[in-house]
Design a binder for this molecule. Structure first.
Ligand code: GLY
Length: 374
């Protein structure tokens, strides 16, 4: 497994439990890329987009796997991944936003997604600290959250418990076909062989040296900036995940309030910017004015792997033994359990419940040369 973000770790856990000998290589610290920066929303309903009905089905499947997954991680490792089930509210804070949100509500209902409409008075009963400007919301009671920074150590421990190996700070220098499998040369000069190589290197997946051009996934980095504030965990300002125009707010059990996230095309630049922070704080303050008293505890940036069609790229890549698990863009945390199923099915040669081909690399054929992102 090349890449120890949540999807690589999830697939490694699944494969290790199925009896495969698994070794995860990560260029940095396990799970400290896009996963570490993520909000952790399991928003299968609210992330649904027109033209992505197949994705909505995969997202709902993965969302349904999460509670059992969280419970199993806790029982195997003793680590609580802070699964919270209050649900998500997508707010309108003006008459114009209300009209747009109503339109979106009708779209989500047409897709058959479990959403309900909430009037302003009901919202203030649910979340008393909301701005009086809030005039209505879509409620997505099934869109829950986890804390990705708890999921990472839990998955790492689960992989080790299942007999897998993890190597941190071990960048891959190059890969090459080797006797029906793959040889992986790491920057420290070591070489190892695997029957199957799963490339789950997030926004870096297209740039691995030795990757056949026909198998290079069309992914590029999509920068996300977030601001983390500190609430009193005994008296939090917010309990639900809340969305608004250009913003979402994710309250953690330990008192952190995550305000996310920008979506920017800035290559591999991970510096926080004044404009990014300003836009997040302003948009969050419009919904929750009381947050102006809260301390800033962290500025976070991450690089989502964004594919050419915004859908994940998961499955056999063409050359024997080579598999991809990347391109999860805004939904890496949500899709981790389903990605693990798809990767394991591809590696072990088992059928899936899903039209897995819809997410497979082959949809980009006939292959056009994919430029390596700068
Ligand atoms: N899942 C939301 C985001 O990527 O910002």
């Amino acid at each position: 497994m090349v890449g120890g973000g949540i999807c690589g770790l999830a697939a490694a856990w699944r494969l290790a439990e199925a009896g495969a000998r698994v070794h995860v290589l990560d260029a940095g610290e396990i799970g400290h890329g896009a996963t570490w920066a993520a909000g952790g929303m399991l928003a299968a309903a609210l992330e649904a987009e027109p033209g992505e009905e197949g994705m909505a089905e995969l997202a709902r499947h993965s969302q349904a796997l999460w509670p059992g997954w969280a419970a199993r991680l806790a029982s195997v490792t003793g680590i609580d991944v802070a699964y919270r089930g209050e649900g998500t509210l997508h707010m309108a804070a003006s008459r114009d936003e209300l009209a747009a949100l109503n339109h979106r509500y009708r779209f989500l209902r047409r897709l058959g997604l479990p959403v309900e409409w909430r009037e302003a008075a009901a919202l203030r009963d649910l979340e008393p600290a909301l701005s009086p400007d809030v005039v209505g919301a879509i409620a997505a009671p099934g869109d829950h959250q986890v804390d990705p920074r708890a999921v990472v150590p839990a998955l790492a421990a689960a992989i080790l418990a299942a007999g897998g190996r993890l190597s941190e700070r071990t960048p891959v220098a190059a890969i090459e076909p080797d006797g029906g499998g793959w040889a992986i040369r790491t920057a420290d000069g070591a070489r190892q062989r695997a029957d199957h190589l799963v490339l789950a290197a997030g926004a870096w997946s297209a740039g691995i040296a030795g990757l056949p051009p026909s198998a290079r996934p069309p992914v590029r980095p999509a920068k996300g900036q977030a601001v983390v504030l500190g609430m009193d965990p005994a008296a939090p300002l917010l309990r639900h995940v809340v969305w608004g125009s250009g913003i979402y707010l994710v309250p953690r059990t330990d008192g952190r309030l995550y305000l996310g996230a920008t979506v920017e095309d800035r290559g591999y630049d991970t510096r926080p910017t004044a404009g990014g922070v300003l836009s997040l704080l302003e948009a969050a303050w419009r919904l929750l004015p009381g947050l102006e008293e809260l301390p800033i505890v962290e500025l976070v940036t991450g690089l989502r792997p964004r594919s050419r069609d915004d859908l994940p790229i998961v499955g056999p890549a063409g050359p024997p033994g080579l598999h991809l698990a990347t391109g999860h863009h805004r939904n890496g945390i949500l899709l981790a359990p389903a990605t693990a199923e798809l990767v394991a099915a591809g590696v072990l040669g088992r059928p899936t419940d899903f039209a897995a081909a819809a997410f497979g690399p082959a949809r980009f054929t006939p292959h056009t040369e994919v430029p390596v992102p700068a």
